[in-house]
Ligand binder design. Structure first.
Ligand SMILES: Nc1ncnc2c1ncn2[C@@H]1O[C@H](COP(=O)(O)OP(=O)(O)OP(=O)(O)O)[C@@H](O)[C@H]1O
Length: 268
């Protein structure tokens, strides 16, 4: 059985979010990580690539209101609120790195928490929809989340995020630490979610696989965007080819490998 049902799913909606970002700066206290970023997240699937420490997680945290930000962020033309719960209400949800499930709670209980903003009836309706969209989770509904495999937990984390019926879903390295088959399933799910009407912004280290499912991409290095464009063109661009896709086995190439290689070649 697939993790995600074949027929179109119900959550998400026809109203796809469009995010416009101008002069975004963010960091930790006096340590500025992101400096004056300009980018756009259009309906579909956008991926942000970049090496460890480039600021990818910081970028998602800033958009989610988890750290202060400066600059202009417009969601469908309106200012994105600054407080996290208002950002969720505006239709934006983040699946953080490390999934952050409640391990001592069941799958069902974790899903219920994803619907904290809606009333009991709406929550029950969304649970039904999510379980229809992720049929394998129905079988696991009463399993403690902490007893599931990493890949299964990531599915729960994505399903829980869908409980808020987001218009913009942000995923922070969803494939981290997963077996190749599970990586393929997860990226296919991200693609399906985008196809079904929820805009997706995804940070990924798995460059080749991420570009294969994405519509557009950006490359972030040391807090600055150094390349952008349609995924197909980005894959062929010299920045990405030289930095990220130069290894013998490109499927295994991660941004970390790429930077190590880049540094090595820079010192030769
Ligand atoms: N809570 C924090 N306090 C201070 N500095 C931080 C904090 N979190 C991250 N940083 C720093 O901000 C920079 C960017 O980190 P960030 O986690 O955004 O990078 P990343 O591109 O997501 O990398 P990774 O792929 O390793 O997750 C790094 O130099 C990191 O050390």
């Amino acid at each position: 059985m697939m993790w995600y049902r074949e027929t179109p799913f119900v959550l998400g909606g026809p109203q796809q979010a469009h995010l416009k970002v101008r002069n975004l700066s963010a960091g930790y206290g006096a340590f500025l990580v992101l400096r004056n970023l300009h980018f756009e997240v259009k309906p579909g699937l956008t991926v942000i690539l970049g090496p460890n420490g480039a600021g990818k997680t910081t970028l998602l945290k800033a958009l989610m209101g988890l750290i202060p930000r400066q600059g202009i962020v417009l969601l469908d033309g309106d200012d994105l609120p600054e407080k996290t719960h208002e950002i969720v209400k505006a239709g934006v949800t983040l699946v953080a790195e490390g999934r952050q499930l409640f391990p001592q709670m069941t799958v069902l209980e974790n899903l219920e928490l994803g619907g904290w903003l809606c009333d009991k009836h709406e929550r029950a309706r969304r649970i039904e929809q999510v379980l229809a969209d992720f049929p394998k989770l129905r079988e696991r509904a009463h399993q403690l989340a902490g007893t599931m495999s990493g890949g299964e937990q990531q599915m729960v984390a994505v399903a829980r995020a869908m409980m808020s019926a987001p218009r913009l879903l942000m995923l922070d390295e969803p494939s981290l630490g997963l077996a190749p088959k599970m990586v393929d399933e997860l990226l296919a799910i991200a693609r399906r979610i985008a196809d079904n009407g929820t805009t997706v912004l995804m940070v990924e280290q798995n460059v080749k696989k991420a570009l294969a499912v994405a519509d557009r991409g950006y490359v972030l290095e040391r807090g600055a965007l150094v390349a952008s464009g349609p995924a197909r063109l980005l894959e062929r661009s010299s920045v990405v080819r030289e930095a990220y896709l130069g290894a013998d086995d490109v499927d295994k190439t991660t941004a970390a490998d790429a930077v190590a290689r880049r540094r090595k070649s820079a010192t030769v």
